[in-house]
Write a protein that binds this ligand. Structure first.
Ligand SMILES: [Zn+2]
Length: 482
């Protein structure tokens, strides 16, 4: 739905996938380890410690800036953002304030009207992640909270967009494109918990702006914004004002809730970080090389493999899916391109989504074998889906995954040949069992044919070729109809 009155801007925090933290040598690989096991005096901000900037993190941030068409500024600066919160033990966060690393830029998305749209960016800056609170019970009524500083000091970039999006769906597309770009760059792992957090600003034209803080899932952003559009429209319809406020998104309930007023008062005191010198990166810019990015790969898929634009978009929207597709059609399987595009983008993606599985669970070579027997006409499309489901279910249960050929043999799924008698017998059976349909057919109701074809399909468990079956049913009706 296009709604000219909806105005959305996003602030996206992404963890950069470096080996060590932004200002110390602590490992960033903390997720499977106990709390406070990846900390040192520097990332805990103990008195007398000095931060030392991680060059790799800055290079990663510069890659992102370049890929998103931003201007990388010759000299940027770090500041201390002072606030008191238990996950920030030193009571300030090192971030960039009035001199960010990069300005401007844009992300190109397919707008709700189907046309390419450029969502303008304001800035990209670098900062350290604070720690993490673990509430025992819930945030409102928990008896106590635990603080884990393993996350403190992980390098983040904050990408701030202009209020350029016109619907919750466009916001979702913006995020998807951003994620794909960051993954193609090899600087971000979207599968890591908490690697992306979004603050969304939303208003309806002419009304106050609401900020929804700390949304941690891609779907969550679209849902939270959709909720806000409805909530704000209802207020306006009832003649009530939309308050300028900060709200939280409650993922489990799919609603936003007003934050306690104290949290809405942002009274940060910024001042330049005295322990870090200004960051001068001009001489590095020329060494920042970019790989093939999603848009370029999408266009290549259209020209090289003759994919439809929609399929190319789906296939290149995730790095792993794009790699999987190229893995399937590599070598002597180039002839499978169009079949592969359809089966991966439509069928496989849906089946994986249903099982909450990633595409890296699937062996591209084995999937290619399935496509090969489909193309050879050994099985029908319907049986192909059945074989795929068996393969995925076996994978999910941790069983040995059979080859497609073995599954076809075990479940007797090979296409019934029109001349092997079995199909003809099934047709005969169905016709004798359904005198009413035959009367209908004689009365000129052609829908009766579809019904009979469906009945035979059921009997042969989808193994019959639909075209062939149709021909046989029509022929049988003509005989029986004499
Ligand atoms: Zn440390």
């Amino acid at each position: 739905m296009i709604d000219a009155d909806v105005i959305v801007g996003l602030e996206v925090h992404c963890q950069l996938d470096t080996k060590s933290k932004l200002f110390c040598g602590c490992s960033t690989d903390y997720r499977d380890d106990g709390p406070n096991t990846h900390v040192c005096p520097i990332c805990l901000g103990l008195p007398g410690t000095m931060p030392a900037l991680n060059k790799r993190a800055i290079e990663y941030a510069m890659k992102v800036a370049k890929a998103l068409n931003c201007t990388i500024v010759p000299e940027s600066e770090f500041s201390r953002k002072n606030y008191f919160y238990p996950d920030l033990d030193k009571a300030y966060q090192i971030t960039q304030y009035d001199k960010p690393l990069a300005q401007g830029g844009y992300v190109e998305i397919e707008g709700d009207d189907g046309k390419e749209r450029k969502i303008q960016l304001t800035r990209i800056h670098v900062e350290e992640d604070p720690g993490r609170l673990v509430h025992m019970g819930n945030a409102e009524r928990g008896r106590y909270s635990l603080v884990d500083y393993n996350r403190a000091g992980i390098p983040l970039i904050e990408i701030v967009s202009e209020p350029d999006m016109r619907s919750p769906k466009e916001a979702r597309k913006f995020l998807n494109k951003l994620r794909a770009t960051l993954e193609y760059l090899g600087v971000f792992d979207s599968e890591k918990e908490g690697s992306l957090r979004v603050d969304a600003n939303i208003s309806l034209r002419g009304n106050e702006r609401v900020e929804v803080k700390n949304i941690t899932s891609y779907k969550g952003v679209e849902k939270a914004l959709t909720f806000e559009v409805t909530r704000q429209k209802n207020l306006i319809r009832r003649g009530l004002p939309v308050e300028r406020e900060t709200r939280h998104y409650l993922e489990a309930r799919g609603i936003t809730q007003s934050a306690r007023s104290k949290e809405t008062e942002n009274d940060y005191r910024y001042f330049p970080e005295p322990d870090l010198r200004p960051l001068r990166v001009q001489s590095w810019v020329k060494d920042i090389a970019l790989p093939e990015l999603p848009d370029a790969r999408r266009e290549r898929f259209v020209t090289q493999y003759s994919c439809s634009l929609n399929h190319a978009r789906t296939l290149t929207g995730e790095l792993k899916m794009a790699n999987f597709f190229e893995g399937v059609v590599s070598g002597d399987r180039a002839g499978l391109c169009s079949l592969a595009a359809t089966w991966i983008a439509d069928t496989l993606a849906g089946e994986l989504n249903y099982r909450n599985m990633g595409i890296d669970c699937v062996d591209p070579h084995r999937f290619g074998s399935l496509l090969a027997i489909l193309r050879a006409g050994t099985i029908t499309d319907k049986s192909g889906v059945e074989v795929l489901r068996v393969m995925l279910d076996e994978q999910l249960k941790g069983e040995t995954v059979e080859t497609p050929e073995a599954i076809v043999a075990r479940l007797n799924l090979a296409k019934t040949a029109g001349d092997d008698g079995a199909l003809a017998a099934a047709v005969k059976e169905v016709i004798s069992e359904n005198p009413k349909a035959i009367e209908d057919y004689k009365a000129g109701k052609n829908g009766a044919i579809n019904f009979l074809v469906g009945q035979v399909m059921k009997k042969t468990r989808g193994r019959a070729d639909p075209g062939e079956l149709n021909r046989l049913v029509v022929a049988a009706l003509k005989d029986g109809g004499q």
